[in-house]
Design a protein around this ligand. Sequence first.
Ligand code: ADE
Length: 240
Amino acid sequence: MRIDVFSIFPEYLAALDLSLIGKARQDGLLALSVHNLRDFTTDRHRTVDDTPYGGGAGMVMKPEPWAQALESVHGGARPVLIVPSPAGAVFTQAMAHDLAREEHLVFACGRYEGIDERVLEWAEGSFDVRPLSLGDYVLNGGEVAVLAMVEAVARLLPGVVGNPESLVEESHSDGLLEYPVYTKPSAWRDLAVPEILLSGNHARIARYRRDEQLRRTARRRPDLLARLDAGSLDAADLAV
Ligand code: ADE
């Protein structure tokens, strides 16, 4: 997979050199380039923003540097252009799976009050444009959202996570939150690991974990339970 990220703070993205994503880059599983948007300006001050038409607080990112920047990475196919924004659709694990199947992702990090809307309209001509939000809160710019989205997508690429089984039983893989996990020692500060996990009875352990997923999801994220496809619940699930 190829990923291009544009930002006026490319240093923000340095964390993508680390850990599993850094290793995936070294191993050639992911070709990730971070570009400084100011390199696509033509004036002495390398200006990327200006005052908003219609008035109001803050500044808006100018269209010209964005067009130059996006044209510089546009190849033959239609890349997906992700524009992180609190005004986007909320990014989900299902979207991460869809994006992991793409060949080329481009991320445009807005700052200030955002990017001139015409950039998104113009980009529709050659990109599949997706404004995406991390959640219902406001960050200072798209960089932190890109760190989160790139990590969520890249870990789904074949070979990035050592044991692909660990991608199966995790939160959101089946619409539910993950079950609680424990390790040694079995007794710690008056707190015991649930007895059933020490029993060696794999069927009972699987049922216990599924029950815990359902209970935890009902308690913490009732919205997820409400969205669950009724066909995915068995009789034992309904008894929880
Ligand atoms: N930029 C600012 N806030 C954001 C959010 N919540 N998600 C994605 N990008 C953002």
